[in-house]
Design a protein around this ligand. Structure first.
Ligand code: FES
Length: 99
């Protein structure tokens, strides 16, 4: 499955943000026209891309800190304290992932 711009408008994001990969000590930048999922996959992070619309939870990834803007429709309130769906969600700050 491709993750290109031809799959529709980005889900509300336009501000770039950083993702810090805690275990591999790498910083990634999600540009205004990118989804976090495609940036993570490009970096080799093993995430299962499912629906890519925030509905299935297959891509849910644990984060340790950061102000995530949740745009999925599958995680509940408790889940959102620890996980985000990079296929649709973004962040207001740098986020740190437990990967
Ligand atoms: S791929 Fe389905 S919620 Fe992200």
């Amino acid at each position: 499955m491709s993750l290109g711009a031809s799959e529709g408008p980005l889900p509300g994001g336009s501000e770039p943000f950083e993702i810090y990969l805690a275990w591999s000590e790498r910083t990634l930048v999600v540009g205004p026209e990118e989804r976090a999922l495609e940036v993570l996959l490009r970096a080799g992070v093993p995430i299962e891309p499912g629906c890519q619309t925030g509905g299935c939870g297959d891509c849910a990834t644990a984060y340790l800190e950061g102000d995530v803007v949740h745009k999925d429709g599958c995680l509940n309130g408790d889940d959102r304290k620890r996980y985000f769906c990079p296929c649709v969600s973004r962040a207001r700050t740098r986020i740190v992932l437990a990967v």
